[in-house]
Design a binder for this molecule. Structure first.
Ligand code: NAP
Length: 492
């Protein structure tokens, strides 16, 4: 490794973290634990919590077991059910951010929009025209973040409220109303279950049927919660079992058809519980289970069979002031339109513009593909590290566990820079080599071969998700591969 040529005193790099969600808070915790206090977390919103701040639609919950959706060093024995609701998760991360003294490091209402490498540091500009300087940037901006506004003709002519699930408007009443829900992903299905009993009518506009895996949301009885609190060893044993079960299920999800078979059979059996053959046919996907990210719900099929719910599979033609008109010319009268249409999942780091070594821009580096190094760094962008970057694993493991592994790797790079000064940048050749391997592996999974469109896929139809199981990722990222990094040329 090369030494510092910048003249800056080692030991105190300024670190700018972008985003105060689960990953950004974790970076803050690890920086403080490493004795690095010279960091600021820029958060564009007015509160922390990322996805759990943004998604507050009725029924919002996490379909990863609550006990695995925590930092491993901060278990929460108090989860009441197998799956936690959105507000409970937000409260957990808010509490932890306060406990670890992270909140004072957050600058709210500050959206980083561009960053330029000067040869010795990054100059970061915000939407409000403020500038910051830091030797190191860590992006923790989330992937499912910017709502996807669907291209639906004359949507603006609708006279009632139009709400995206990730921007719920709690002033809009849904009880006793006619609600149109566009989309049938995880957000739409959770919303449908939550609203089915209170609406006059819920019309679900389904473009593509989803496979639904019925996993019971069983309660954690009081005696178990108390036992977990007073006997942490017992709780640990439970978490470990849950983690290894989930890891095995995650590995199977991207494995051979035989490995996927038990899960797929559960999906098919759940679908078979839909009594009306016409409705069942509508809900039957024409692609393999697991191709799209699986919807996990024990109650969705029950909800869509309620008399208040109608599944419409005819395509949407346009919107009129009173409702949605489908391609068969039928007007579906509505009071509220909900866009459960997901996120711009391929717009990594949006809206951040980067100009790195020798003025090379991120648009240039990413002209063909999101070239990256093990999802945590980018060639030509010295001292810039990512959590949940392109090709991060997902779909089969808790995003929190993945973030912990990536943050652990990035922290070792940051501590190296703190000790030695200078800047690290990954080799473009090695990055390209690794990227090719990941793309080959991802393409071979059911995400790539299952015959569907999904938010996993890039414009060329390749899943931008690494299918590596979490335990293997942890092994791979346990120690930095120093030989893959080059010292960046520093300004004299
Ligand atoms: P999504 O899975 O991307 O689903 C979007 C839905 O909108 C799809 O059904 C899509 O149809 C439909 N759609 C998009 N544009 C449309 C258009 N122009 N006309 C008609 N339909 C349109 O989005 P999501 O449900 O918000 O979920 C995204 C991801 O967030 C999930 O996969 C999951 O990773 C995460 N999430 C997790 C939870 C949880 O419990 N952990 C809850 C919510 C979300 P097509 O299928 O035809 O494209």
């Amino acid at each position: 490794m090369h030494g510092d040529r910048s003249g800056r005193a080692p030991g105190s790099p300024r670190v700018l973290v972008i985003g105060a969600g689960i990953s950004g808070i974790l970076v803050g915790i690890r920086l403080r634990q490493a004795g690095i206090e010279s960091f600021t977390i820029l958060e564009k919103a007015e509160t922390l919590g990322g996805t759990w701040r943004d998604n507050t639609y009725p029924g919002v919950a996490c379909d990863v077991a609550a006990h695995l959706y925590v930092y491993s060093f901060e278990p929460n024995p108090s989860w009441r059910r197998h799956f936690a609701t959105g507000p409970e998760i937000w409260e957990y991360y808010d509490r932890i951010a306060r406990k670890y003294g992270i909140v004072d490091h957050i600058r709210y209402g500050t959206e980083a929009t561009s960053a330029r490498w000067t040869g010795a540091a990054w100059e970061i500009s915000t939407a409000d025209g403020e500038t910051f300087e830091a030797e190191i940037i860590v992006t923790a901006m989330g992937r499912l973040h910017h709502p996807l506004e669907p291209d639906i003709a004359r949507l603006d002519e609708f006279t009632g409220p139009v709400i995206h699930t990730a921007r719920w408007d709690h002033d809009v009443a849904t009880a006793g109303k006619r609600i149109g829900v566009v989309g049938t992903g995880s957000s739409a299905t959770q919303l449908t279950v939550a609203l089915a009993d209170e609406v006059e009518k819920l019309t679900l506009f389904q473009r593509t049927a989803q496979w639904v895996l019925p996993v019971a949301d069983s309660p954690h009885p009081l005696r178990r919660r108390v036992a977990f609190r007073i006997a942490p060893a017992l709780a640990k044993r439970y978490y470990r079992k849950l983690a290894s079960f989930t890891a095995a299920r995650g590995a199977a999800a991207t494995g051979t058809p035989e490995q996927r078979a038990p899960r797929d059979a559960m999906c098919r059996a759940a679908l078979a519980t839909v009594e009306d053959p016409v409705l069942r046919a509508k809900l039957t996907p024409n692609y393999e289970p697991g191709c799209k990210r699986m919807v996990i719900s024990e109650r969705f099929y029950e909800a869509v069979q309620k008399p208040t719910v109608e599944v419409v599979t005819e395509g949407i033609d346009h919107v009129e002031p009173d409702g949605i008109v489908t391609k068969d010319g039928l007007l579906h009268p509505l009071d509220v339109i909900v866009l459960a249409t997901g996120f711009r999942s391929q717009d990594f780091l949006y809206p951040l513009q980067l100009s790195g070594e020798d003025g090379v821009t991120l648009d240039e580096v990413w002209a063909d593909d999101t070239l990256n190094y093990r999802s945590v760094a980018i060639p030509h962008m010295p001292n810039l590290f990512m959590i949940n970057g392109p090709y991060s694993p997902g779909g089969s493991a808790s995003v929190v566990g993945i973030a912990e592994v990536q943050v652990g790797y990035v922290m070792q790079l940051i501590e190296h820079i703190a000790r030695n000064g200078g800047a690290l940048v990954p080799s473009p050749e090695r990055s390209a080599e690794l990227l090719a391997e990941v793309r080959t592996a991802a393409s071979a999974t059911v995400w790539g071969t299952g015959g569907c469109q999904s938010w996993y896929l890039d414009a060329t139809g390749v899943p931008t998700i690494n299918p590596i199981p979490l335990p293997e990722l942890a092994e791979e990222l346990a120690v930095p591969h120093w030989a893959d990094f080059e010292p960046a040329r520093m300004a004299e």
